[in-house]
Design a protein around this ligand. Structure first.
Ligand SMILES: [Zn+2]
Length: 214
C-alpha cells in the first residue's frame, strides 16, 4: 500500500489481536467495525458514549474529591488515635525527607488521577458542544501519556494489605474516604474498560473533523 502523506496513516487501523491492517471506513452511529481476520472489534462509533462518559467522569471526580477530603482510616494503637488522609500521607513523606517518593506518590495517586478525570470531562464537553478541534487533540495525546500512570487502584490494594497486617495490633476504623475511594476506583476501572481511547479519537474525527468537511 502506497501512502501519499502522513495524514493517510490516520485512515489505517491495525487489529490489536491479529495485527491485520485495515482501512477505516465510516460506520453508522451505534455500530462497530470488526476485523476480517479474527472478528475482534476494531472500533465503535457511538455518540451515546459522550453523555455516558461525561456523567461517569463527573461522578468519578466528585468521589475523588470526597476521597481526599475525609479520613481514610483511623488507627487506635496503645491508647493513641490517629487518622490518615491521602494528602496527609503525601505530606508526611515530604516532612520525613522522602521528597522523591513524596513527589512520585503525589503524581501517581493525586495529580494524574485528578488530571485524567478533568481531561475526560473537558473532552466529553467538547464533543458534546462539537467544538475545540485542536484542544481535543492535545487533550487526547496528554490523556494517552498519563493514563498508564494512574495508580489509585494499586494504592487502594496496598492500603488493604497494610490494614490486614495491622489487624490484631491496632483497632482500625474505616473512614468515609475509604469507601469513596473504592467507588472512585470502580468508576475509573469501568471507564477504562468501557471507553477505549481509540473510541474517543473516533468521536473527535466524526464530530469535529467531519463536521468541517460537510
Ligand atoms: Zn484481527
Amino acid at each position: 500500500m502506497k501512502l501519499e502523506n502522513e495524514d493517510a496513516l490516520d485512515n489505517l487501523i491495525i487489529c490489536g489481536h491479529c495485527f491485520t491492517l485495515h482501512e477505516e471506513t465510516p460506520i453508522k452511529d451505534g455500530a462497530k467495525a470488526c476485523c476480517v481476520g479474527c472478528g475482534a472489534v476494531l472500533y465503535r462509533y457511538d455518540t451515546k458514549l459522550i453523555d455516558y462518559g461525561l456523567s461517569l467522569s463527573i461522578a468519578g471526580l466528585i468521589f475523588f474529591i470526597l476521597a481526599n477530603a475525609f479520613p481514610l482510616v483511623q488507627i487506635d494503637i496503645l491508647g493513641t488515635s490517629q487518622y490518615i488522609t491521602i494528602p496527609k500521607t503525601i505530606y508526611a513523606l515530604f516532612e520525613s525527607g522522602f521528597f522523591l517518593v513524596g513527589l512520585l506518590c503525589a503524581c501517581l495517586i493525586l495529580v494524574f488521577p485528578l488530571m485524567i478525570f478533568l481531561i475526560n470531562i473537558m473532552l466529553f464537553s467538547l464533543f458534546h458542544f462539537k467544538r475545540g478541534k485542536a484542544l481535543s487533540k492535545h487533550l487526547l495525546i496528554l490523556l494517552s501519556h498519563i493514563s498508564p500512570w494512574n495508580m489509585v487502584d494499586i494504592f487502594l490494594i496496598s492500603i488493604m494489605v497494610a490494614l490486614v497486617k495491622l489487624i490484631g495490633l491496632a483497632q482500625i476504623h474505616m473512614g468515609i474516604s475509604f469507601w469513596t475511594l473504592i467507588v472512585f476506583v470502580g468508576i475509573d476501572i469501568y471507564i477504562v474498560k468501557q471507553i477505549h481511547i481509540s473510541e474517543l479519537w473516533m468521536l473527535r474525527k466524526r464530530l469535529l473533523l467531519d463536521k468541517d468537511k460537510s
